[in-house]
Design a protein around this ligand. Structure first.
Ligand code: TYD
Length: 231
């Protein structure tokens, strides 16, 4: 495909959202945005930010089902149901957003993708990794990221950060963030294993550094790839 898919992954409080916005600003200011525009169809944006869950209209509804405890009240969200909702969100996102943009040459910056499901539902919750791989395959139609930046942060450090920050105004209470440190340690181990298995695709970024340093590291990694992709 003409475009490129860059994914930001990490546990809670790794600063993904902040870094995504800072990358977008840097791309536009450094001239890369203009360069990418030469490769992009005129009716599509050169650079977009999107996320999972919630990158489409259907996905926004699914996101609410997944994260808003007020939707299901006391009814516990079954782990398999949760897994399938993430998969449904991804299938819709890939088919109706990612593929058309990538075909048009857009550089897509995506907050979370397939590795989140392996890390959270697989390594975190203990669901079958092979089954998750298959579901990812169905949902993505085989579409892999061109680069995945794993923002790595120690569990207790990341959790402390999430407690300080503002909550998503659309969601009253974040079910996921009610989880404990042990879960996040498993998550982190999961991301580490995935990074080992896919060294050509996943790059670890130390997200415990000050924000500006993390941004700098991300820019360096991106710069290398951009030079190769957009000569
Ligand atoms: P997100 O809004 O990116 O959370 P954060 O801002 O904390 O990074 O994602 C929402 C939650 O959904 C987050 O706790 C991770 C979780 N998640 C999964 O468990 N599996 C998945 O496949 C995805 C995409 C997200």
């Amino acid at each position: 495909m003409l475009g490129k898919l860059i994914v930001f992954e990490g546990g809670e409080g790794a600063g993904k959202t902040t870094q995504l916005i800072s990358v977008q600003t840097w791309l536009n200011q450094s001239g890369w945005g203009d360069r990418v525009a030469h490769y992009t169809q005129a009716d599509f944006p050169p650079i977009v930010i999107t996320r999972e869950p919630g990158g489409t209209l259907l996905g926004k509804g699914i996101r609410k089902l997944l994260l808003d405890v007020t939707v299901t009240g006391n009814e516990r969200l079954d782990e398999q149901a949760e897994l399938l909702l993430f998969a449904a969100d991804r299938a819709q996102h890939v088919a109706s957003f990612l593929v058309p943009h990538l075909q048009a040459g857009t550089l897509v910056l995506c907050d979370r993708y397939t590795d989140s499901t392996l890390a959270y539902q697989g390594y975190g919750r203990g669901l079958d990794l092979g089954l998750i791989d298959q579901l990812n395959q169905i949902a993505t139609q085989g579409l892999e990221s061109d680069l995945t930046l794993w923002l790595d942060i120690e569990a207790d450090y990341g959790l402390a950060r999430t407690r300080q920050r503002e909550q998503d105004p659309e969601i009253q209470s974040d079910r996921m963030e009610a989880n404990e440190i042990a879960f996040h340690q498993k998550l982190r181990q999961g991301f580490a294993t995935l990074a080992q298995q896919h060294p050509q695709r996943i790059v670890r970024v130390d997200a415990q550094q000050p924000e500006a340093q993390v941004a700098q590291h991300i820019q360096e990694v991106m710069e290398q790839h951009l030079q190769e992709w957009y000569p």
